[in-house]
Each structure stands twice: as structure tokens, then as C-alpha cells.
Design a protein around this ligand. Structure first.
Ligand code: ASP
Ligand code: MG
Length: 424
């Protein structure tokens, strides 16, 4: 059994759905194939936009949903005949979204988010599944919400792995025989109260890893729009190169520092279960891409550059010039922990404690209010965090990137160098 995951870029229109079915058909010899899909194209962004309009009351349901509806309608027009039964189902899904949208503004924002945004995955997986029916392809559709169980930390729900894996195994025992193809969704699950939740943006990779772990799959393949795991984002670095191999450990480091290719939670369950992960290009399905598995470092051995924009550097000090003590550090860190914010880099001196993190709007404002009660707080916005892994393999690489930039923080260990910079 294999687990394949297809993200938004590989599901961007009707033609891509047909291409994926072709890729899957070329694996007809596998005993079982679990296919995890995320929302089509930029649908998750579109749902975020929809939510902000409806939540703030600046548009009614009908206006706000129109772009999402028209997009999915157009895709379906190219896949299904006008008399196909699926049109009724599609209407019913949008009716459900309308019902869920009725009282959104009464809910905390993150809770409202999880009521709505995961419908992108439901739509994609239903369209994909029904299209396969029209092609006579035997398969089963699995609602990931019925098996992935989480806490209620909305927008970044924590999966109860043991419970979820058990539920996955039970579902497979009861619903499939070994020759089935299963279509399910990434990114979504359900909390203990029965609400839909999301696992964090780009969380479908993690979902694929959970299915693979539960079912002891031979491997997981993430089909992407790049040749594999690259040593830099090709949008920022024309010389970016794909790796043939990346060790589990190095992959965890790269995703931790912000390499966007794989969701950071994906590797751990696979490493623990000894399941290799492949990142392969869906446009060139015969290419091998990158293998992630046991071993050391990367092949080839070259530095990786990770570019994270939209950073904020918050600098905290005591109002009365007291030292930054261990107690200060732990109090400040617990404020960030309470807001479930991930810190990308931190540094302290006698009188200041600086923290660099993603500048994500409303939570940052709330954290300022908290911190300002006790500390003096200063900040810089619109910064970039550059991380270089294994920079010693090409010592001049750092200069090339930081030349002419204003450096606000610099940190180096033997393997990793990090710079918080302002573009001048
Ligand atoms: N559709 C979700 C997102 O765009 C999840 C994913 O793609 O993995 O964030
Ligand atoms: Mg996506």
C-alpha cells in the first residue's frame, strides 16, 4: 500500500484532475492506494477571504461565496454532463456552507475559521471521487473527519495520533478490501465535540503521514509542482537545485526553519514508523524526485537557504532596567505559548530579549497588549529571516545574500547561520 498526496497546485483545474487520474492509473499494480487531496488551486485562500468578508459583515453570503462557487462550477462543467446527479450534491454542499455561515460572527475567529475553510477539501475530494466514478474506477471516498480526531485548538488542531490511527485502521477493516483505491482529504479532522477542525495551513502532508503510519504503508509520495525538495525557493534563487536524498533529521531541520515544501509535522511520524517519504513532480511523473529517509545529511551536499518574509522582531526589556533573568525569559515565552505562536529565532542581552516570528496580524496585536502591561516593548516589521544550513560547504554563499542589507540579528552555529534583515 502506498499513500499519495496531491496539493492545490496539482488540482488547479479540470485538466489537472484528469492528469492525476492518469498518474493513479499507471499504478494499477499496487494492492492498495490511499489518495489524500487538498483543496483545489487557491481555494483555501479564497475561503479565508470569504470568511473575513462574512465575519466582518462587509459582504453577505451570496456575494462572498460567488468566486468559490463559480470556480467549482466551472471545473465541474468540464467534468460532468448537465444531467449528472453530482450537480445536486454540489448544491447541497454549498447549502451546508450557507448554514454553517449563518452565525459565524458570534464565534471566536479561529473557531469560525474551522467551521468553513475545510470545505475546500470536501469539495475537491468529492469532485475527484465522482469524476473517477464517471471513468468506471473502483474506489471508496473516506471522510477524514470521521477518523482524524483532534483537540479544539482551532486552526492548528493537535491530532490524537493513537485514537486517529485506530479509527483509520477500523475504517479500513470495515470498508475496504485490498484492491481498493481510497480517496480522502488532508488538512481536516474533527474535535471531540464533533466540530470540523483544520490542522494548519499546508497540513495535508501531515494528514498523508498519519494515514501512512496508521496503515503501515510502504511509502508516502507528495506530488508537487517542483522537481523535489530544493535547496532554496526557486522563486528567490535561480540556482536552486533539487536534492536526490534528504535525511529525516535534515528534513525536520529544513521544515522547522521554514522550508515550505513539506509541512513541519509530517516527518516525525514517518521517521518513527520507518516509512520513506518521496517528493515528486506531478508534471513529470516518471522522475524520482527526492527521497527522505534514514541516513545523514543530503545528496548532493550543498547548503540550503531558507527565506522567510513578513517577520516581526519584538524586543522586550524591563521598564526599570532590571536584568533579563531566566524568570523573565520563561514568563515572556509562556505568553507566546498561550497564543500558540511559533518563535523563529530569539536572542537576549543583559537588558533585552528579542523574538522574531511570523507577523500574523490580530494575534500579534493581542500579544503586544499582554506584554506592554509589564515590559517595555519595541518592534520592527517587514523583516526577512534568512537561514543557511551547512553554509560551510560554500562559505561565500552568505555574503551573496546579505550584502547591502541591514542586519538586525545574527546567529551562527556550526551547521546553521541565521540573519534577521531589513531590505534597505
Ligand atoms: N488546502 C490547505 C492549504 O492550502 C491544506 C494543504 O494544502 O495542505 O493550506
Ligand atoms: Mg493547499
Amino acid at each position: 500500500m502506498e499513500v499519495f498526496k496531491f496539493g492545490g497546485a496539482s488540482l488547479k483545474d479540470a485538466q489537472s484532475i484528469k492528469n492525476i487520474v492518469e498518474i493513479l492509473n499507471s499504478y494499477h499494480y499496487l494492492d492498495q492506494l490511499v489518495v489524500v487531496v487538498s483543496a483545489m488551486g487557491k481555494t483555501t485562500n479564497a475561503f479565508e477571504k470569504f470568511l473575513s468578508l462574512v465575519y466582518s459583515g462587509s459582504a453577505n453570503f451570496q456575494e462572498a461565496i460567488t468566486p468559490i462557487k463559480s470556480f467549482h462550477w466551472e471545473v465541474c462543467r468540464q467534468l460532468f454532463a448537465p444531467e449528472h446527479d453530482f450537480w445536486k450534491e454540489l448544491e447541497a454542499i454549498f447549502d451546508e456552507i450557507r448554514e454553517q455561515s449563518a452565525e459565524l460572527s458570534a464565534l471566536p475567529y479561529d473557531m469560525a475559521y474551522d467551521r468553513i475553510v475545510g470545505y475546500g477539501e470536501i469539495l475537491a475530494s468529492r469532485i475527484f471521487s465522482v469524476y473517477q466514478n464517471t471513468q468506471g474506477i473502483d474506489h471508496q471516498w473516506l471522510d477524514a473527519r470521521s477518523v482524524i480526531r483532534t483537540d479544539s485548538c482551532y486552526r492548528a488542531a493537535n491530532v490524537n495520533i493513537e485514537l486517529s490511527c485506530n479509527r483509520i485502521r477500523v475504517w479500513f477493516q470495515q470498508n475496504t478490501d485490498s484492491r481498493y483505491r481510497i480517496i480522502t482529504q488532508g488538512f481536516i479532522g474533527q474535535d471531540m465535540q464533533g466540530n470540523m477542525v483544520t490542522l494548519g495551513r499546508e497540513g495535508s502532508d501531515y494528514s498523508a503521514a498519519l494515514f501512512a503510519t496508521a496503515l503501515s504503508a510502504n511509502s508516502v509520495v507528495l506530488w508537487k509542482d517542483v522537481p523535489g525538495v530544493m535547496n532554496a525557493d526557486p522563486d528567490f534563487y535561480a540556482q536552486a537545485m533539487p536534492f536526490q536524498f534528504v535525511s529525516y533529521r535534515e528534513a525536520i531541520e529544513l521544515t522547522y526553519y521554514g522550508a515550505k515544501i513539506i509541512h513541519p509535522k509530517t516527518i516525525k511520524p514517518l521517521e518513527n514508523a520507518g516509512i520513506p517519504l518521496f517528493v515528486r513532480p506531478f508534471l513529470h511523473p516518471t522522475e524520482q524526485g527526492t527521497r527522505i529517509g534514514p541516513g545523514i545529511g543530503t545528496i548532493p551536499q550543498i547548503p540550503s537557504i531558507i527565506h522567510k518574509s513578513n517577520q516581526i522582531l519584538i524586543t522586550i526589556s524591563h521598564k526599570d532596567l532590571s536584568f533579563i533573568t531566566e524568570k523573565t525569559l520563561s514568563t515572556v515565552l509562556s505568553v507566546f505559548d498561550n497564543f500558540a505562536l511559533k518563535i523563529n529565532l530569539m536572542q537576549n542581552s543583559a537588558l533585552t530579549f528579542s523574538i522574531c516570528l511570523d507577523d500574523i496580524g490580530n494575534k500579534i496585536d493581542e500579544i503586544f497588549t499582554q506584554l506592554m502591561k509589564f515590559y517595555e516593548v519595541k518592534y520592527n516589521r517587514q523583516l526577512t529571516l534568512l537561514t543557511f544550513r551547512h553554509y560551510a560547504q560554500q562559505p561565500r554563499i552568505i555574503d551573496q545574500w546579505i550584502e547591502g542589507k541591514l542586519i538586525l540579528v545574527e546567529q551562527r552555529s556550526r551547521n546553521t547561520a541565521q540573519y534577521v534583515i531589513a531590505e534597505k
